[in-house]
Write a protein that binds this ligand. Structure first.
Ligand SMILES: *Cc1c(COP(=O)(O)O)cnc(C)c1O
Length: 374
């Protein structure tokens, strides 16, 4: 058995596969003499919208910005209460706060996603909540029909965080479809990862897409005409060109490989101390991460993996409402207990799952899990 390290991400293998196409794209942009928000960004936005099966995509500088812009386009105003999940990247909540919203947290379900029964109860009891930010965590798709029912039943605006779930579907419907605007990220570790930072909002609403284009560029309507207090969140031509030529065309194949690895892990990891959370009903997941819940604790299990040359991660060891920074957001609150989210925070370990993981590496991860004896 080789002791080549099993990585969480293999950016060098990705570069070897994409190098020639990427260098051509770089050369094209360099020769064009246009470096920010030009025809490459437009072409990438169109390709992304087509891939997503939604009419409009607007490139931004990051997933965090995309979510803030999405919330502002959906009409979030200073002080609006926003229902969201305590178990996510901090950026999910930070975007809400930056857009002027006050996060309100409810617990997650067995899949680690915002619990939709609790969300419904919260919306019934708290009519002041006007926004819902579900996060399609780990690459799973939260049930679209249930999100749409909450949106229509309570007249709330939905802005989905699809940073981990590009390409995922719920009963055939692409994630993001329940939203006025949905956001995603091209941070390198994401399923569609750029060679640096980037993000996008997607929408079916042309006017909102136009507003997003303005907000990402200082809120300008035309040159030097500032209609809104916007951001500098422009997407570079280089990133757009590389994403469109070298990465987006591979996304389908990448996702299939991730799904294959996930199917292997789910079939072959058998250890009473390792629980594999089940995806939401109807989720065609894109397996951004492969979370398992480990007894008695992540530390000794991660050490066991490390000794076998296998990297692992934690998503996420601290709940968002427990973070120090949340003290600067005094209106924020939690409805009910966060018992399930806390169990994820205490027990979760992410196993390697990326498109360049070969069958030997997958077998080593499975053996390492099955030989874990606390
Ligand atoms: C990565 C991530 C973000 C933020 O994206 P950035 O591009 O890093 O700003 C937001 N939400 C979730 C769930 C993420 O995983």
């Amino acid at each position: 058995m080789s002791m080549e390290p099993v990585l969480l991400n293999d950016f060098r293998a990705q570069w070897r596969a994409m190098r020639d196409v990427a260098l051509e794209a770089v050369d094209r942009v360099g020769r064009s003499g246009w470096l920010v928000l030009g025809s490459e960004v437009v072409a990438f936005e169109q390709a992304l919208a087509t891939h997503w099966e939604l009419p409009f995509a607007v490139g931004c500088a990051s997933g965090l910005d995309a979510l803030e812009i999405g919330l502002r386009c959906a009409g979030l105003r200073q002080g609006d209460a926003v229902l969201t999940t305590p178990l996510s990247a901090f950026a999910s909540t930070l975007a809400v706060i930056r857009a002027g919203g006050i996060p309100v947290f409810v617990d997650v379900d067995a899949a680690g996603q915002i619990d939709l029964d609790l969300a419904q109860g919260a919306l019934e009891d708290h009519p002041e909540i006007r926004f819902l930010v579900p996060v399609h965590l780990f690459g799973h798709a939260i049930e679209h029909a249930r999100l749409a029912a909450l949106r229509d039943g309570f007249d709330v605006r939905v802005v989905e965080d699809c940073a981990q779930a590009i390409g995922a579907r719920s009963h055939g419907v692409p994630v993001g479809s329940a939203s006025d605007m949905a956001a995603t990220s091209f941070y390198p570790t994401k399923n569609l990862g750029a060679l640096g930072d980037g993000g996008a909002v997607v929408t079916g609403d042309e006017a909102l897409a136009e507003l997003a284009r303005s907000l990402r560029d200082y809120g300008q309507a035309g040159k030097y005409e500032h209609r809104h207090l916007g951001l500098n969140s422009r997407l570079d031509e280089l990133h757009a060109a590389i994403l469109r030529d070298a990465l987006l065309p591979r996304l389908g194949e990448y996702t299939r490989r991730r799904a294959q690895i996930a199917a292997d892990y789910r079939a072959k990891i058998q250890n009473e101390h390792i629980e594999i959370p089940v995806p939401p009903p109807g989720s065609e997941s894109v397996w951004h991460l492969f979370p398992v819940l480990v007894e008695p604790a992540p530390d000794p299990f991660q050490e066991h993996l490390r000794r076998l040359g296998i990297a692992s991660g934690r998503h996420y060891p601290h709940l968002i409402p427990d973070q120090e920074a949340m003290k600067s957001c005094p209106g924020s609150r939690t409805l009910g207990s966060l018992e399930r989210a806390r169990r994820f925070a205490r027990r979760e370990v992410s196993l390697p799952i990326h498109p360049y993981l070969d069958d030997d590496a997958v077998a080593r991860v499975i053996d390492a899990c099955n030989s874990w004896c606390p």
